[in-house]
Design a binder for this molecule. Structure first.
Ligand code: RI2
Length: 324
């Protein structure tokens, strides 16, 4: 499996899942898709490593693992969808062997589908790019970069503006990744987006969560990029696997926007006493600013989000969201 991120632990307890949860929290593992695959893999590893014979104990450990993983970062629904898919049916398993093989096969199916989804999104999205186009992308999205790379592989010449994406500067990962693929890119600071937009033909971004009303939750600053694109009549396209759609939002739940430590922005010792710092990590872009969403099941309107949730993730996931 390509995304295995850690090796087994001595007695198969929840340690693996907790370690992965810590790495997700610290952003050592980041990107909504990779977070999801890593979480599925952590539960798979936990089931595989369990040496006991008590099915209830294994179920309890997996539930603890699931909890620590979903608590690690609150915003990307990909994480929740991944752990739900991995543990689906676990309550019905009668013995350790049945539970273990169920979790392993669920996790492997999720990881494989997730990897294929990124490839398919690349192929479908690349049809929207013509040679000579300039793309602007924000943060670092495997799905969005997959589209650019697929177009490049088809012989199209694509120029890319990559935003720096303060405070973590994931834009540096983006330009590095593009450079390794032989694609030219230009790094800009986030506040240069509106000025540069007149040179841009299309905006491509990833997604952490897509709500049932079509709103996109993505890296902070995405909604400003969308506003600037809208003003300049530049198409704003989201690249998102179907497990980035949120069954919880069907039930009216609001997406929690993660706020991280102020230290990520500024050393507090540099600030006058009493100055506060806020570090929201994601924002919401309403459907009316989104041209289309490229998924592995095709290019869709943001207004089709509800149908994607019901048809692709299923009533079961809405039921599970209700149970949470
Ligand atoms: P892929 C990232 O979040 C960015 O917001 C990015 O757009 C999104 O995940 C999707 O990334 P963070 O983990 O799944 O850097 O397309 O906070 O790689």
């Amino acid at each position: 499996m390509s995304c295995r991120v850690f090796s087994g632990h001595q007695d198969g307890e929840a340690l693996g899942a907790i370690e992965i949860a810590d790495s997700i929290k610290s952003m050592e593992i980041r990107g909504a898709g990779l977070i999801a695959r890593s979480a599925a893999d952590a539960l798979r590893q936990q089931a595989e490593d369990y040496r006991g014979e008590d099915v209830e104990e294994l179920r309890k450990r997996l539930e603890e693992g699931r909890r620590s993983l979903i608590d690690s970062r609150p915003t990307a629904i990909s994480l929740w969808n991944a752990v739900q898919a991995t543990l689906r049916g676990a309550s019905r398993a009668r013995d350790v062997e049945e539970l273990r093989s169920l979790v392993i096969s669920n996790a492997e199916r999720f990881i494989e589908r997730s990897g294929k989804a990124v490839e398919t999104i690349g192929r479908i999205g690349s049809h929207r790019l013509r040679s000579g186009m300039t793309v602007l992308t924000h943060c670092n999205s495997k799905a969005a970069l997959g589209v650019i790379k697929a177009a490049h592989a088809d012989g199209k010449e694509i120029n890319v503006y990559a935003t720096e994406s303060r405070p973590w500067r994931q834009g540096l990962l983006t330009v590095r990744d593009l450079s390794e693929a032989g694609i030219g890119s230009t790094l800009i600071i986030d506040s240069a987006v509106r000025w540069i937009m007149k040179e841009v033909d299309v905006v491509l971004v990833g997604a952490d969560t897509i709500c049932s009303n079509g709103a996109l939750i993505n890296k902070i600053g995405t909604s400003q990029v969308a506003l600037a694109a809208d003003e300049a009549r530049v198409p704003f396209i989201v690249c998102a696997e179907t497990y980035k759609f949120s069954p919880k939002t069907v039930l009216g739940e609001m997406v929690e926007i993660e706020e991280r430590d102020a230290n990520e922005i500024v050393d507090p010792r540099q600030l006058p006493a009493g100055v506060k710092v806020r570090n929201p990590v994601f924002d919401s872009t309403p459907a009316e600013h989104i041209d289309s969403i490229v998924t592995e099941i095709g290019l869709i309107s943001p207004y089709a989000a509800y149908e994607v949730i019901v048809k692709e993730l299923g009533q079961e996931s809405i039921f599970e969201a209700n149970e949470e």
